[in-house]
Design a protein around this ligand. Structure first.
Ligand SMILES: Cc1cc2nc3c(=O)[nH]c(=O)nc-3n(C[C@H](O)[C@H](O)[C@H](O)COP(=O)(O)OP(=O)(O)OC[C@H]3O[C@@H](n4cnc5c(N)ncnc54)[C@H](O)[C@@H]3O)c2cc1C
Length: 414
């Protein structure tokens, strides 16, 4: 049996941070990672650039989970400057662009490599290719895989999203062995499937649009941004940002739809004027009149959907009416949502161990003493923009420091 003060399950964002903080506070630390390299997920974040932080202060509006208020307090519990100082202390320097924060290298791999190097140099042992499958508590020590023992255990094994990156929900199975259960789990930051019959025609089309999520007839979310259509449905940041809400609503049997507006009312007026003038000029097919109002494939799909013949040369009145219908549709087409694209494609997990089960300063479990839980294993997930990593860094920093008996500068809460 190999004995440590602290064992951390998972060498991801929060696990590596917890390891560094625990080792810097004098603990003997082992990090166990099932994949062959630590921090694989970090390297794919932000499309390989790592959208590393967020300093949003409207956190209550961008978080999913049972206890949004506590999630927001945790998010703000380490001042942004303190977080930046922590990263500078390990050699990661931050660059801000348009309100988004990235490492100056714009390379997520440098964030991973730095975290791993600092963890090793501060004294953590990291064992890869080591899947944790059993945990029990015996005589005040945690026994892991019948091979390792520790006084304090930090569960940083992530959620259930992207099993190819090591996270298949095993954190929750392991916690179950200690009597800790998560809330129901949903994929989030994921595309939505729809029953739009012409989806194949618009596969791959990208467009800026206003999207509105409608649940049970009420609008619950709206955002502007780039959306991407695919064979099964729709994706892109605004869709990902409301996917957790959609997944929960579908699970409750509610009717869910997305209204997509690729054109605005202002566009409508300008376009109809131009169409009218060209109809007077004569000689145009419906398709000719509408080419250029939006992505060609999208306009064609809407015409198919509305059983409009694109080749038709209409009269002035008829052409104006048909073009008006197509433009109206592009000002707000309603797509019925049938599901999500699943945990395989999701960036995060919605749900996890409820925040009221842990101490929100230290992340120690209230019932299972000396067990700490961090990052995505907890029930808090956020919209895109560096927020999920922020939560991982903060919870890792706090759990690692406090598990090792340390304290944090500028420690604020409530
Ligand atoms: C494609 C993609 C892009 C993203 N981009 C961003 C972004 O730009 N900004 C942002 O804020 N967030 C982003 N996220 C979300 C962010 O990466 C996660 O929320 C964050 O990494 C969660 O940190 P964590 O420490 O909780 O878990 P993870 O970072 O998921 O780490 C968990 C680790 O535990 C290991 N593990 C799991 N089970 C076991 C086991 N039984 N035994 C041993 N090891 C185990 C896993 O292999 C993994 O290495 C992105 C996610 C994805 C998938």
């Amino acid at each position: 049996m190999q004995d440590y003060d602290i064992i951390i399950v998972g060498a991801g964002a929060s696990g590596l941070t917890a390891g560094i903080c625990a080792a810097r506070n004098g603990s003997d630390v082992l990090i166990l990672e099932r994949l062959s390299k630590p921090g694989k997920k970090i390297t794919v974040t932000g499309n390989g650039k790592c959208n590393i932080f967020s300093d949003r202060d409207d956190v209550e509006n961008i978080v999913n989970g049972y206890d949004k208020e506590t999630a927001a307090k945790i998010f703000k519990s380490i001042p942004f400057d303190t977080l930046i100082r922590f990263f500078e202390s390990i050699g990661i320097f931050i660059h801000e662009k348009g309100g988004y924060y990235y490492p100056v290298s714009l390379q997520a791999s440098t964030v991973r490599d730095t975290l791993v190097k600092v963890a090793l140099v501060t004294g953590c042992d990291i064992t890869c290719d080591c899947e944790v499958s059993t945990i029990r508590k015996e005589n005040d020590r945690f026994i892991i895989n019948d091979m390792f023992s520790c006084k304090k255990l930090i569960m940083s094994a992530g959620g259930k999203a992207r099993p190819d990156l090591g996270t298949d929900g095993s954190a929750f199975k392991l916690l179950g062995q200690l009597g800790v259960k998560p809330t129901k789990l949903f994929p989030a930051l994921v595309g939505l499937t729809t029953d739009f019959k012409q989806a194949k025609v618009i596969d791959g089309v990208r467009h800026y649009a206003d999207i509105h999520l409608i649940v049970g007839g009420n609008e619950v979310f709206s955002e502007h941004g780039e959306i991407i259509f695919n064979k099964k449905g729709i994706s892109g940041i605004p869709i990902m940002n409301c996917s957790g809400i959609a997944a929960r609503a579908l699970d409750e049997g509610k009717n869910v739809s997305v209204r997509v507006a690729v054109l605005s009312q202002r566009d409508r007026e300008i376009m109809l004027k131009s169409i009218w003038e060209r109809l007077i000029e004569g000689g145009y097919t419906i398709e000719d009149l509408l080419t250029g109002i939006a992505n060609r494939k999208l306009v064609y799909a809407v015409m198919l959907h509305m059983h409009i013949d694109p080749e038709k040369r209409p009269s002035v009145d008829e052409g104006f009416k048909i073009a008006g219908h197509v433009i109206d549709m592009l000002c707000g087409i309603t797509l019925h949502v049938t599901g999500t694209m699943g945990f395989e494609n999701a960036q995060v997990t919605s749900g996890g161990v409820r925040l009221d089960e842990v101490n929100p300063y230290t992340f120690e479990h209230k019932r299972v003493k000396e067990l700490y839980i961090t990052g995505e294993t907890l029930d808090a997930d956020f919209v895109c923009g560096g927020n999920n990593l922020t939560f991982a860094w903060i919870t890792g920093l706090r759990a690692g420091t406090y598990a090792a008996g340390g304290t944090i500068d500028s420690d604020i809460f409530y």
